[in-house]
Design a protein around this ligand. Structure first.
Ligand code: FDA
Length: 396
């Protein structure tokens, strides 16, 4: 049990943001204690990226983040960049590679990143106390008192780094939002992001047999567009394109999916009608897609099994329009159980973008996912944790 009489900073949450903040503050000579109710630090880091942790993105910038205030993240992201974190990873000799689209993954294991963060904490003397339930916090004349399952602790500064609501089985709780509300902060309504879609019964049945099949698509709505893979699952649709667009989706809306983004279908069908008039429409579609998907689409839209020579322009146009703008109407999402992130959170207008300190309550700080800043899929969320954690650690 840590001696609380001498603490400068208590950080609630030994996740990505909390550990990086703690090490940064301790490096400046602050006496720091990190509290977490989990048995293990950095649980989400450990399972992230399929166990290899997509720890940052080489192209990270403010455009890759959602927030009511899209400018808020700029300062932290520019003061502690992906290259700063990559520098730290290099210092520890952790091998990594770019998988795709600037996404950097450990060659070996996500454990390397957690071990690095813990080593940084221990190098500078930040203590990490696990299996400690935080019951409530209160502000006093000298700072903050944190009531925990292992007793009362106090420090002059309190950093809330306990993340969002996604994956409760990994230890996610609403504590961060509750502390924010206790001190008068507004919470931007929260919802699951980077999450698979579920489908209405008829579509679910229709596409169920496609489970496991992936196609490269462009998924879009009026807010965003992503060119990545779509994966049919036994519950609905997933894959990077669906996870990405889910963060920009609201219940009742349709997602438009370009199933053949690199082809001009109408032009190609016309061309084939000239060059191979005896070829059937269905066999062209089977050349474009895996057979199971081609047949499902033909049946769903009742495209006839005719030779191209017998297809009218309007039929070919209809086929092309459907393939370029396939309308997918999700029933909902799988929710926090499988979501990678929580959208919304502590309103950025009431937090300093330079220090992450509350504008309402001196000495109280918010970092990482608990704030209304959410990244795309691809290492951006960890970069936000590192950047916000670092700027806070520098000023706390
Ligand atoms: P984080 O959730 O990491 O940490 C919060 C900590 O607070 C936890 O240790 C928790 O136990 C603790 N806590 C919560 N409530 C508490 C309470 N009441 N008392 C005490 N402690 C409490 N991002 C990315 O960039 N690349 C990737 O590869 C992935 N992959 C990925 C996979 C999966 C399956 C998930 C669920 C998420 C990802 N992410 C990701 C997202 C990324 O994991 C996430 O954005 C960061 O971990 C957020 O960092 P934080 O430190 O803010 O919260």
């Amino acid at each position: 049990m840590a001696d609380s009489s001498t603490l400068d900073v208590i950080v609630i949450g030994a996740g990505a943001a909390g550990l990086h903040c703690a090490a940064t503050a301790a490096k400046r000579g602050k006496r720091v204690l990190v509290l977490d109710h989990a048995k293990q630090a950095g649980k989400k880091i450990l399972i992230s990226g399929g166990g290899r942790c997509n720890f940052t993105n080489m192209y990270a910038s403010a455009e890759n983040f959602l927030s009511e205030n899209p400018h808020f993240c700029k300062s932290a992201l520019s003061r502690y960049t992906q290259w700063d974190f990559i520098g730290l990873v290099n210092d520890y000799g952790i091998a990594y590679h770019e998988k795709t689209l600037g996404q950097l993954f450990c060659d070996h294991s996500a454990k390397d990143i957690v071990a690095m963060l813990m080593a940084e904490c221990s190098k500078y003397g930040a203590k990490v106390q696990l299996r400690t339930e935080v019951q409530r916090v209160e502000a006093t004349a000298d700072g903050y008192v944190v009531h925990t399952s292992s007793g009362m602790l106090q420090a002059s500064k309190l950093v809330v780094a306990c993340g969002g609501l996604s994956m409760p089985k990994l230890g996610a709780t609403p504590l961060g939002y509750q502390i924010a509300e206790q001190f008068g902060h507004r919470i931007v309504p929260v919802r699951a992001g980077l999450v698979p879609f579920t489908l209405h019964e008829a579509d679910k049945e229709r596409y169920a047999e496609l489970s496991g099949l992936a196609v490269d698509v462009v998924a879009e709505n009026e807010r965003a567009s992503f060119k990545e893979a779509l994966l049919f699952t036994h519950r609905g649709v997933s894959g990077p394109s669906m996870l990405q667009i889910s963060s920009y989706w609201f219940p009742g809306e349709t997602v438009s999916v370009n199933l053949l983004p690199d082809e001009d279908c109408f032009a190609r069908l016309n061309e084939l009608r000239q060059s191979r008039p005896r070829m059937s429409l269905r066999s062209v579609i089977q050349e474009w897609f895996p057979k199971r998907l081609a047949l499902t689409l033909c049946d769903q839209y009742q495209w006839p099994d005719k030779n191209l020579a017998d297809c009218t322009n309007s039929l070919l146009q209809r086929v092309a329009d459907t393939l370029h703008a396939w309308q997918l109407k999700p029933n909902g999402t799988e929710g926090y159980r499988t979501a990678e992130v929580t959208l919304g959170g502590v309103d950025t207008n009431q937090v300093s973008s330079k220090t992450m300190e509350s504008r309402l309550q001196p000495g109280l700080f918010f970092i990482g996912e608990v704030i209304d800043v959410t990244g795309w899929l691809g290492g951006y969320n960890f970069q936000w944790a590192w950047s916000s954690g670092w700027v806070c650690g520098e000023s706390v």
